[in-house]
Design a protein around this ligand. Structure first.
Ligand code: GLV
Ligand code: MG
Length: 364
């Protein structure tokens, strides 16, 4: 929302003379996996051009995980890779250093003139409130105007401080550039003083336990066999992200899953986020790309069902029974979410398109 002192109309005027006109809507672009690379790591950087077309988003990371001594090399490396590479259909994003670091300003003033025409989204870490987005918003407009850019670079905020979570709605609505939010579970855990040392994912200590059965005396058998169910530490935050993003027409993402070897738990964590409404996640290793692409694409079974409901619902009103289950106007809308996503993903993923097209063949 524009601040009370600002006219709603001003919200969609450029913040610098000559800067591109802000978007009134953030178009959905497939971004199931945001694959992080360190542009200061020559071995990793050399692999980037060959990854174009194999992943929805490639992100040159300048922040955490890049050593302080390598910050300038990472920034320069990203400029060189971006200038030398044709990225379409893959998006190019970057994660700049945090706004309280000595590097963030130079990240922006270097990247926008040099590769602003290729950068789709700038991820801003450790966002605390709308004031952080306003700062980047104005600076980007000035730099875009100076560089003669014709489309606005979008902003993605990482939610990784308690204050950021408390201010989540105002962050999402702080600028028409806001593209989405990612969960930053490592920084967020530290900032909240949570007692997990893991980078995302579950924790075996965070659980609920089945009630005790009664022993032969009719007393609760406290120490007897009782099933426990591990809970999702991140459920609350992701749910808040999903609502805040949906309210503002932008996109929520899970973040890092640090246990690269545990591909099964990674898939579970990604799927929880997908089911709750997230559109994608980060990939910290090439093997997480395949997991993300699988999880964040609706299954053939879901699309088969969704299309049947759409067909059965005719003009979209009223109720029908399908396989003993009631479907109505609202469940049709749920199905349309799936069908629309499948169409958007099929448009850029030929393998997926083939799978979804095969459904039609079976049915017709
Ligand atoms: C990501 O940046 C995190 O802190 O988890
Ligand atoms: Mg972080």
């Amino acid at each position: 929302m524009p601040a009370a002192s600002q006219s709603a109309k001003d919200f969609f005027r450029p913040l610098a003379v000559g800067a591109p006109t802000p978007l009134t809507e953030i178009p959905f672009r497939p971004s199931r996996a945001i694959h992080f690379f360190d542009p200061s790591n020559a071995k990793m950087a050399a692999k980037v051009p060959a990854m174009v077309g194999t992943v929805d988003v490639l992100l040159g990371n300048l922040e955490d995980a890049v050593k302080a001594d390598n910050k300038l090399a990472a920034r320069q490396g990203l400029v060189e890779i971006a200038q030398a590479t044709e990225f379409a259909p893959t998006q190019l994003w970057t994660r700049i250093n945090s706004l309280d670091s000595p590097w963030a300003l130079d990240d922006l003033t270097t990247l926008v003139p040099a590769i602003g025409d290729k950068l789709d989204v700038i991820m801003v870490p450790k966002v605390q409130g709308a004031e952080d987005i306003h700062y980047v918003d104005r600076l980007l407009a000035q730099l875009e105007a100076k560089a003669g850019l014709t489309r606005p670079i979008l902003i993605h905020a990482i939610l990784e401080t308690a204050r950021g979570v408390a201010n989540i709605e105002e962050i999402c609505g702080a600028s028409p550039r806001m593209q989405g939010l990612s969960l930053g579970p490592a920084d967020l855990a530290a900032d909240r003083r949570m007692k997990t040392t893991r980078v995302g994912g579950g924790h075996p200590g965070y659980l609920v336990r089945q009630d005790p059965t009664k022993n032969s005396e009719g007393d609760p058998d406290i120490l007897g066999e009782r099933t426990t169910y591990q809970q999702d530490l991140w459920h609350y935050t992701i749910a808040r992200m999903v609502d805040a993003c949906a309210m503002h027409g932008i996109y929520p993402y899970y973040g890092p899953f640090g246990d690269i070897a545990d591909t099964v738990a990674c898939e579970d964590q990604f799927r929880n986020a997908f089911l709750l409404g997230c559109v994608g996640t980060w990939s910290l290793h090439p093997k997480q790309i395949a997991i993300a692409n699988k999880v964040f694409s609706p299954s053939v079974e879901d699309i088969t069902h969704a299309r049947r409901v759409v067909a059965a619902m005719g003009d979209g009103t009223g109720a029908v029974m399908l396989d003993g289950k009631m479907e109505d106007d609202a469940s049709l809308k749920q199905c349309l979410v799936m069908v629309e996503l499948a169409e958007q993903l099929a448009a850029i993923d030929p393998e997926l398109k083939q799978q979804y097209d095969a459904i039609e063949t079976e049915e017709s």
